[in-house]
Each structure stands twice: as structure tokens, then as C-alpha cells.
Design a binder for this molecule. Structure first.
Ligand code: ADP
Length: 450
């Protein structure tokens, strides 16, 4: 048999067939038995009535009956038997039909004779004189019937097996046909049977889901494309401004419009614009390294002590802080995390740099590093600077977003510092929390899972 389905249908057919065959035999057998006992009962009742009326002599006339007739005394001694000599017969007090007849007036029993093929059926009735009259008959059992019909039965079984094979393979072909003809991309539940409908509906739902995901991906792709275009436009614009200044300054120096004593001021301007260009290019490089470096930076991860890192940055920024008249401090508890040292350093540097840049002379910047009880390494940068308006707090992590563009440029900002912070933190599976009040100061907190 070729397929699992055919095999299963075939097995079902054969099981049902054999079971019904067996059950039919059983029912037939019981029916035959009941009929025989009913017949025996009638004959016994008739005999008992005759003996009760005409006395024992009547029994002499039944010696040639097909059935065997026995009379047993209440003690079990055989008094009369139509076939055998009672003198040679054993006591019958233990026989089932006798005991029943003594107790309730009648009784029956059956015993297999020599083999399963023949059976003796007994029926006993109590006579008026308290003796028991028993009538016994031998009969064929159902097994004999089966044996007699063995050939025809084998033929029937063979026929049924062949029929089952044909039916099974036909049914399985019919069941499989709509499945095989199904177009998985365009499933149609109209010409299909009910059991298949939930499957088709699931397929349709899945197709819709895939379609939806494709659309989502396309939208995402378009969004990313737009973002990339915007970034390119922004970068070009950001590069163009200092380049325009530099080329302008150089042009007027070349054409001799600048007096001798002003040349160093102009050169200073050119130098400042060039520095800005350098910063911008550096930040763009850092950002793109963070954006696509997620996988190949994996190996660089080592244990980093954040408090030591903060102290290093404090030392590096001490001069800048002094120039801006800012009190820069660093404190906390030693905490180690696994991370990329260069990226973590850039993150803290940018936050610290902003806190100094967007501050008032006489202000403070405080760096904190510590492990918190919920299993995080925490870095906090506090300042009492100009603060960030509520409406801008969401957007300051976008590239080139500045609250006050001219102020940012004045202090040498590129608009990319917090983007670098955002990407670097994400690379360490960290979270950023910001709390800021305009005119009062800003606190930025980073949480890194330990
Ligand atoms: P920038 O290079 O301009 O500093 P950033 O991405 O670092 O760019 O910051 C974006 C903007 O967020 C800044 O232009 C500034 O307006 C605002 N900002 C960032 N940090 C602070 C801070 N500590 N206090 C006030 N404003 C801040």
C-alpha cells in the first residue's frame, strides 16, 4: 500500500468488517441457543404434564425420542433414563439444572460435549411427586456452522479485503486531490470539503500576514531610504557652511583685500572653520562606525571600570572646564561592565562636553558612576546649565538636531554628539533617561545591564 492514508482507511475497513463479522456470529449463536432452550422447555413442560397425568408408564412411550429423557429422585439418584441403564449412572445431585429445578421448579444448563463443535443442552422440571424430569439434546455449535461454511467465508473475507484496498486507495486519492491541486499562494476554500476549511483559512491568514510583513518591510525600507537621503543632505549642508567660510576667507586674502595686520585673524578664522570640519567628519565617522559596527565590534568587548573611565575623562576635560569657568567633579563607586572601552569613553565624553558647553560661567558639572541594586551600571552627568525645553527633549538624540543652532555652532557643536551617545548606548543594551528644566540644568542618566 502506497500511502499512509490508504493504509489507515484500509485498516479501518478491515477492522469494521471483522468486528461486525464476529459480532454477527455471537448474536446468531445466542439466538440459536435461546431458541433451542425455548423448544426444550416446551417439550419438558409437555412431558411433565403427561407424566403427572398418566403416571410413569407414559415414559415408556418416549424411548425413541430424539431427545434423551431422565428422571432423577430429589436425592439425585437416576430413576429412569431413555438411553442408558440407570443402575450404572452416577448421582446427579451436583448437576446445575437439577439443583435449579429442586430449588425453583425448573432449571437449565449447557455443556460442551467432546469438542467446541457440539454442545448438550439440558432442561429440568420438578414433577408433582417431587422427582425431577430432565430432557437433554445434543446440538451443533456455531463453530461447527463456521467450519461447514469455511470455504465461502474465506471467499467473503478475501473479497472484503480486495474491496477495502480499492475503496481505501480511491478514498485517499479523493481526499488528497484538492490538497494536491491547492495553490498555496492563492488558496481558495470554495471547492474544498469542510474538514480542510480551517487549514485553508489558516493558509489565507498566513498569506495575509506575510503580505502585511512585506508591506511593513517596504515601508521601513522607504523610511530608511528617506532617512539616508536626509542625512546625506544634512551632511552636505553641514560641510558646505565651513567650506564656504574657508574659501571666502582664502579668496579675500588671495585678492589682497586683507591688510597685513588682519591676516593672522583671518587665518585664525580659517583654522577654526577647518577644526569644525574636522570635528564634523570625525563625528560622522564615529556614528557610521557605531551604526554598522554592531557585529564586528563584538570581539572588542572587555571588562571596563566605569568609575576609572569617568575619572580619566574628568582629567582630560579639566582644562576645557576651567576655560568655561565650570567646576567639574567626578565621584561614585567602582563598577565594572563588559563593553567596548572606546565607545563608552566617547559616550561619557560627549555628555560631559555638552554639560560644559551648554552651561553658564560659574556653573558645575558632576560625573557619577555606580552600580544600582537592580543590577545596572549607572552613569549620571549632572549640570546646572541652560537646560533643554520639554518639547526638544525627545528630539535632541536625532542627528543634527540642535535646540539652538547658532549657539551650538558657536560652542563648536556638530549636532551629532547625542546621536553617538544613543547608538553607543544601544550597542551596550543600555537605556537613556533625561531630566531637564530650562534655565536650571540637565541630568542625563545611562543604565547598562550588568
Ligand atoms: P551638539 O554638537 O550641537 O552639542 P548634540 O547632539 O550633542 O549636538 O546635542 C544636541 C542638542 O541638545 C544641542 O545642540 C543642545 O541644544 C542640546 N543639549 C545637549 N546636551 C545639553 C545640555 N547638557 N544642556 C542643554 N542642552 C543640551
Amino acid at each position: 500500500m502506497k500511502t499512509e492514508l490508504t493504509k489507515r482507511i484500509f485498516m479501518a475497513c478491515i477492522t469494521v468488517f471483522l468486528l461486525s463479522f464476529g459480532l454477527m456470529f455471537y448474536v446468531l449463536n445466542s439466538y440459536l441457543m435461546q431458541r433451542n432452550i425455548a423448544e426444550l422447555k416446551d417439550r419438558a413442560a409437555y412431558l411433565a404434564a403427561a407424566v403427572n397425568a398418566h403416571g410413569w408408564d407414559y415414559l415408556q412411550s418416549v424411548r425413541n425420542e430424539t431427545a434423551r429423557i431422565t428422571v432423577i429422585s430429589p436425592e439425585g439418584t437416576v430413576i429412569f433414563d431413555s438411553r442408558f441403564d440407570p443402575a450404572h449412572m452416577e448421582n446427579h445431585s451436583q448437576r446445575e439444572e437439577f439443583q435449579e429445578a429442586v430449588a425453583q421448579g425448573y432449571g437449565d444448563s449447557e455443556r460442551y460435549s467432546d469438542s467446541l463443535f457440539r454442545k448438550t443442552v439440558n432442561y429440568a422440571v420438578k414433577l408433582d411427586d417431587q422427582n425431577i424430569i430432565r430432557i437433554s439434546m445434543e446440538q451443533d455449535t456455531i463453530f461447527r456452522l463456521v467450519r461447514a461454511m469455511l470455504y465461502s467465508m474465506l471467499m467473503i473475507v478475501c473479497f472484503m479485503i480486495i474491496l477495502s484496498v480499492v475503496l481505501a486507495s480511491q478514498s485517499s486519492r479523493k481526499i488528497m486531490q484538492p490538497i494536491n491541486q491547492l495553490d498555496p499562494e492563492n488558496p481558495d476554500d470554495r471547492n474544498i470539503y469542510d474538514e480542510m476549511k480551517p487549514f485553508i483559512r489558516r493558509l489565507i491568514a498566513q498569506n495575509q500576514q506575510i503580505q502585511h510583513q512585506i508591506q511593513q518591510l517596504q515601508t521601513e525600507h522607504k523610511k530608511q531610504d528617506a532617512m539616508r537621503r536626509e542625512f546625506t543632505a544634512n551632511v552636505s549642508h553641514e560641510l558646505k557652511t565651513p567650506l564656504t567660510s574657508i574659501s571666502g576667507f582664502a579668496e579675500i586674502i588671495r585678492d589682497g583685500y586683507v591688510q597685513e595686520q588682519d591676516i593672522s585673524r583671518f587665518a585664525g578664522n580659517i583654522y577654526k572653520e577647518a577644526q569644525r570640519l574636522m570635528n564634523l567628519v570625525n563625528d560622522i565617522l564615529k556614528l557610521s562606525r557605531l551604526e554598522d559596527g554592531v557585529t564586528d565590534m563584538q570581539e572588542e568587548r572587555i571588562s571596563v571600570n566605569l568609575l576609572d573611565l569617568c575619572h580619566n575623562i574628568c582629567d582630560r576635560m579639566a582644562l576645557t572646564a576651567q576655560q568655561h569657568q565650570i567646576t567639574l567633579t567626578c565621584e561614585g563607586k567602582s563598577v565594572n561592565m563588559i563593553g567596548i572601552p572606546r565607545t563608552l569613553e566617547e559616550i561619557i565624553f560627549n555628555l560631559c562636553d555638552n554639560a560644559i558647553k551648554y552651561n553658564h560661567p560659574g556653573g558645575f558639572v558632576k560625573l557619577l558612576a555606580y552600580p544600582d541594586p537592580s543590577g545596572h551600571a549607572v552613569i549620571e552627568v549632572h549640570d546646572n546649565g541652560i537646560g533643554i525645553p520639554e518639547a526638544d527633549q525627545e528630539r535632541i538624540f536625532e542627528r543634527f538636531y540642535r535646540v539652538n543652532k547658532s549657539h551650538s555652532k558657536e560652542v563648536g557643536g556638530t549636532g551629532l554628539g547625542l546621536s553617538i551617545v544613543k547608538h553607543g548606548t544601544a550597542l551596550h543594551h543600555g537605556e537613556i533617561h533625561i531630566s531637564s528644566t530650562e534655565g536650571q540644568g540637565t541630568t542625563i542618566q545611562l543604565l547598562f545591564p550588568l
